[in-house]
Design a protein around this ligand. Structure first.
Ligand code: AMP
Length: 218
């Protein structure tokens, strides 16, 4: 299966992609994770990406498309993949279609996760992560059992710089202006399914599996 998970920041795409990747034995490719790794490793790409990311803006298309092209060129996605957080612009979507066509492939399904703006702000502003093992928590919905430190490895938890209030506002604005047009783009290609992302994680996941099963047996 070759899937794209689409939706505003904070709708839970990454969480759902992690679960589905395990169940369906496919790779999750998250451009946000790849870029954060490049920032941590202070690579030239990471240094370029950091200032865009900290402000909640998109990293230039050329950079992100290059990253995804490289990932899709390696054979470990033979079973399929879930793209989480890519494409985020129509230009990226067109580039993706081209990269896949070069390999004789196409997307099977695009899943759009819907969550209200107020819920998104609550989710993002309470999010905390471990700088050492990358575990994620939420101060209200999924707190660490060890308080302000990671319950897995003991490192002090941090808030992502792009989860600060001004960056959240910017990310939501960028989503509306640059990413939301992809809903119509993929609707027109008849590959889009909508899911309510506001329900509990397990319920969203059951609905996702039902949707993918319906598609596979259609
Ligand atoms: P995410 O973890 O998916 O919310 O991504 C975090 C940040 O990485 C975004 O706010 C962007 O600055 C950058 N980013 C991730 N994916 C993309 C993409 N497909 N295009 C441009 N920028 C991206």
């Amino acid at each position: 299966m070759r899937l794209v998970f689409l939706g505003a920041p904070g709708v839970g795409k990454g969480t759902q992609a992690d679960k589905a990747a395990v169940q369906y034995h496919i790779r999750k490719i998250s451009t946000g994770d790849l870029l954060r790794e490049a920032v941590r490793n202070r690579t030239p790409l990471g240094i370029e990406a950091k200032e865009h990311m900290d402000q909640g803006r998109l990293v230039p298309d050329s950079v992100v498309i290059g990253l995804v092209r490289e990932k899709l060129a390696d054979s470990s996605h033979a079973n399929g993949f879930i793209l989480d957080g890519f494409p985020r612009t129509v230009h990226q979507a067109e580039a993706l279609a081209k990269v896949l066509a070069e390999q004789g492939l196409q997307l099977d399904r695009v899943i759009h996760f819907r969550v209200s703006r107020s819920e998104i702000v609550k989710r993002l502003s309470g999010r905390r992560s471990c700088p050492k093992c990358q575990a994620t928590y939420h101060v209200e919905f999924a707190p660490s059992k060890s308080g302000d430190v990671c319950e897995r490895c003991g490192a002090a938890l941090v808030q992502r710089s792009d989860d600060q209030p001004e960056a959240i506002e910017m990310r939501l604005r960028v989503y509306e202006e640059q990413t939301a047009p992809l809903i119509t783009f993929y609707e027109n290609k008849q590959v889009l399914s909508h899911l309510n992302g506001a329900e509990p994680v397990e319920t969203v996941y059951q609905n996702l599996v039902r949707e993918l099963t319906a598609y596979q047996t259609a």
